[in-house]
Design a protein. Sequence first.
Length: 126
Amino acid sequence: MKKTITLSIFLFVINVAFAQQNEINIALKSADYKYLSSYFNSSIELNVLENEGLYSKVQAEIILKDFFQKNNPTNFSSKYNGFSKDGSQYSIGKLETSTGTYRTYFFFKKIGDAMLIKEFRIEREK
């Protein structure tokens, strides 16, 4: 019985995680930096081209806004999603823009009752 309950809870968490990642994928594809930043932790490790460091949620949103103004997305596809035993998650994707193709990476961690992005990267694809 305990295994059934544990498995049910695990599957529910996985389902919620995929739904959340799908919403983030849509935000990336549509350059919705405000919606994307709603998933940011209060401080976030950010690496967007030349901007690299630990930023507040507000600072990170401004950096993303600038990136999307200069690089209009044309497509986004999620390439790989992973989960850890501690409940953290990560996702790697490919962002195609008017100026080139970028590799994205975001790392989620459970903070309080929410899964928030602790690390986010947009790097030129090699």
